[in-house]
Design a protein around this ligand. Structure first.
Ligand SMILES: Cc1cc2nc3c(=O)[nH]c(=O)nc-3n(C[C@H](O)[C@H](O)[C@H](O)COP(=O)(O)OP(=O)(O)OC[C@H]3O[C@@H](n4cnc5c(N)ncnc54)[C@H](O)[C@@H]3O)c2cc1C
Length: 383
C-alpha cells in the first residue's frame, strides 16, 4: 500500500513526481540495498541513475540545469524514502542531495554555473562538513582553520560523521577564517576532494542506515582559491542556519512515514503470528498498543500538514514549528518503533525483518540535523 498523505497539500505535478520516486526506489534501490548495506556505501552509479530519473536537484532553476520545481518536491522524496524499507538503510544518502539547495542559496553566479549543473546530473557529489571530533551541537567551537595567504585559503583541521565522506567530490566546509571567537569567525568554503592535502579517513560502521556512507575527512595545509568562499567571510553559521528549517521538516516527515510503515508491517505480522491458540492481534494488549500508534500517527500528521500548509501559503517555513516538528516527530517515531519491535517478538530483532532496520534507522533521527535537546532549547527560547 502506498504512503497515504493529505492529497490537498500537493498539486498534480507532485503526485506524478511521487510515482516517479516510488518507481525509482522499487526498481533501482530495493533490489540492491542489501548489497549496499554489506558495503556500508551506495555506489556511484546510483547517483547517475537518480539524476536520470529526475530526482536530484528538484528545486534548482532551469538555468542551472535543474527542473525548477518548488521545495515541496523535496518533501515528496522525503515521504517516499521514509515509507520505503530500503529508505531505512540509505535515507541520509539520498537526502544529501539537499547540498544542491545550499549551493544554490549561498553561491555567487559563477559558483552556481560551475557546480550546480554537474550536481543535478549526478556527476558531482557534495558533502556538508560541519561536525568535528570536538564540536557537534556547539558549532561555535569549530577548530578547523582557513587562513588567508594571498588569494588562497590554507585549510587545516578534521571533520567527522560526515555523510558521503568516502565518495563525495567536494565538500562545503565550515572553517574559522578569523580570530573572532564563536560563530562570527566561521565561513563556508568549497573544498574539492582532489586537492593536495585532502585526506579521506575511515568509513564509519553504524548501527543503522548502513547503505549510507558516513566517515571522516581532514585537511593538511590544503589550499583553495579565495573564490571558493561561499557568501561572505564570517557568515558561515548563517549559511548553515539558512537551510535548517528544510532539514527540520524533511526528517520529521521521514520519521512519520517510517512510523506509518512500521505500523503497517506490524499489523500484518501480528495478524499472522499465533500464540496460545490465537493470533497476537487477538490479545487486547496488542490492539490497545496499535490503537495508540494509529492515534499518534494521526496527531503527528496533522501537525506536519500544518507546517507544510504554512509554507504553501506564506512561501516560508515557520522556524518554531519546524523545531517542534524535529523535536516531537522523531520521539513519536521512537515510541512507535519500540512498540512495533516488541510486538514482533524475536523476529523484531532480526535484520531480515523490515522492522529491525526501521528501528535502527529511527535512532538517528533524534540525533542529527539538530538533536532533540537542541530543538528543546530553540522552542524554549520562545516561551
Ligand atoms: C549518521 C550520521 C550522519 C551525519 N552526517 C553529518 C554530515 O553530513 N555533516 C555534518 O557536519 N555532521 C553530520 N553528522 C553529525 C551530527 O550533526 C552530530 O552528531 C549532531 O549534531 C550532534 O553532535 P555530536 O554528535 O557532537 O553530539 P554532542 O553535541 O556532543 O551532544 C551529545 C549530547 O549532549 C546533548 N547536548 C549538547 N548540547 C546541549 C545543550 N546545550 N543542552 C542540553 N543538551 C545538550 C546533545 O543533545 C546530545 O544528547 C552526522 C551524524 C550521524 C550520526
Amino acid at each position: 500500500m502506498p504512503y497515504q498523505t493529505n492529497e490537498s497539500l500537493w498539486g498534480p505535478e507532485h503526485q506524478i513526481f511521487r510515482e516517479t520516486v516510488r518507481k525509482f526506489i522499487e526498481n533501482e534501490v530495493d533490489p540492491h540495498v542489501d548489497e549496499w548495506v554489506e558495503n556500508h556505501d551506495t555506489p556511484r552509479e546510483f547517483w547517475l541513475k537518480a539524476a536520470k530519473a529526475g530526482i536530484l536537484g528538484v528545486d534548482i532553476p532551469e538555468e542551472y540545469g535543474g527542473p525548477g520545481g518548488d521545495f515541496l518536491f523535496r518533501l515528496v522524496i522525503a515521504e517516499e524514502i521514509g515509507y520505503s524499507i530500503a529508505g531505512a538503510s540509505m535515507a541520509p544518502s539520498l537526502i544529501a542531495d539537499g547540498t544542491s539547495e545550499i549551493v544554490y542559496r549561498s553561491a555567487n553566479e559563477e559558483q552556481r554555473q560551475k557546480y550546480l549543473p554537474p550536481m543535478v546530473r549526478g556527476e558531482m557529489l557534495f558533502g556538508l562538513a560541519i561536525t568535528e571530533p570536538d564540536s557537534g551541537s556547539d558549532v561555535s567551537s569549530i577548530r578547523t582553520t582557513a587562513k588567508r595567504d594571498g588569494d588562497e585559503y590554507v585549510i587545516n583541521g578534521a571533520k567527522t560523521y560526515i555523510s558521503q565522506a568516502s565518495i563525495a567530490d567536494a565538500f562545503m566546509v565550515v572553517a574559522r577564517t578569523s580570530d573572532v571567537p564563536g560563530a562570527k569567525g566561521l565561513s563556508m568554503i568549497i573544498v574539492e576532494a582532489d586537492r593536495p592535502g585532502f585526506v579521506r579517513g575511515r568509513a564509519l560502521k553504524k548501527m543503522g542506515t548502513k547503505a549510507s556512507n558516513t566517515g571522516e575527512i581532514s585537511f593538511q595545509d590544503l589550499r583553495v582559491p579565495v573564490s571558493n568562499l561561499l557568501g561572505e567571510e564570517g557568515r558561515g553559521m548563517n549559511l548553515c542556519l539558512g537551510g535548517v528549517n528544510m532539514d527540520r521538516i524533511t526528517w520529521p516527515l521521514i520519521a512519520h512515514a517510517a512510523s506509518q510503515r512500521a505500523f503497517e508491517e506490524t499489523v500484518e505480522f501480528v495478524k499472522n503470528r499465533k500464540a496460545f491458540g490465537q493470533t497476537i492481534f487477538d490479545f487486547q494488549n496488542t490492539q490497545f498498543k496499535l490503537a495508540e500508534i494509529k492515534t499518534e500517527l494521526a496527531v503527528g500528521r496533522a501537525f506536519l500538514d500544518d507546517v507544510i500548509r504554512d509554507y504553501k501559503e506564506h512561501g516560508r517555513l515557520d522556524t518554531q514549528k519546524c523545531a517542534m516538528a524535529k523535536m516531537w516527530l522523531p520521539e513519536m517515531e521512537a515510541r512507535i518503533m519500540d512498540t512495533c519491535v516488541q510486538l514482533h517478538g524475536g523476529a523484531g530483532y532480526m535484520d531480515e525483518y523490515p522492522i529491525s532496520r526501521l528501528y535502527t534507522a529511527a535512532r538517528l533521527h533524534r540525533i542529527f540535523a539538530g538533536t532533540a535537546e537542541i530543538m528543546r532549547l530553540l522552542v524554549a527560547r520562545s516561551i
